[in-house]
Write a new protein. Sequence first.
Length: 329
Amino acid sequence: MLKIQSKASAPAKVILFGEHFVVYDKMAVVMAIDKRAYVTVEPRADDKIVVRSKAMGVSGAFTLNGRYQPIEGEWEGEVKFKPLYALAKNIMDLFGEIVGLEIKIDSSIPISAGLGSSAAVSVASAAAILDLLEIDFSRDMIFKLALESEKIIHKNPSGVDPAISTYGGIIVYRRSEGIRQMDIDVDLPLIIGNTRIERSTGEIVLRVSEIRRRYQTVIDRIMDAGDSLAALGVEALRRGDLKTLGELMNINHSLLCALGVSSEAIENLINAARRSGALGAKLTGAGGGGCIIALSLPEDAHRVAEAIRHAGGESFITNKALEGVKIEK
């Protein structure tokens, strides 16, 4: 039995501490933010899986054996939408429900910017498809399905992005230990600065892997320092100590610079944020482009956001989102 339509949403994220280090079993501290991806799924009369993205202006259709035909936007949609096709096919194969699907994406999350846009879409899509098929599901199931989808995009994903989009709030994540949700009631006024330079997470993760292969003794010490920083960050969050959090963010950024994942555009935005009164600023996500995050006192947030814009970035003020994936009524 199918529903006529199902709609789900999932939040974007920022990594407060631990990007790149988390791939090597170090701690990451991740926070969901109040930008969401919305996915609407409807059954089709044929057996095609059609994906449409309002933000990208791209749409296309997959046959059940994976052949792609563009509808809008030439062939770029094949690479962008293949993870969603694989996700839908995986769900149908697992539960023996073979049906054509119309998947419509409406997301305000910047793409390829380090804010987990692909994971938020994957998580929301998994929830919407399962709900449409009237299959009982748990958040753990959604996380596992979305993680498999992310492997198509990012090759060796840490699991952080689908985890935070699924569970929301603030999580501590270590590959060998899994997810631990933190019950922290602290107002974190964060400013996001977007360089508007898209980059490939998978390529940058491979670049870090290569530098570690060449200088493993040195790089492993940097990663151990990142692990210690994340633990100190958790303590500062529990105390609501914004000053210490900012200082730790600055140190974390310096460690990421040592891995070679910053860029001139990132440094321009970070320096602008710090000069305008941010308590701390760092890149978030893979680096190379994408976004930075800056922490400030609430009364300074607009000034920091304006400074980032003057330095050539896009900026917006955000805060944590307690709610993870949800079915929209």
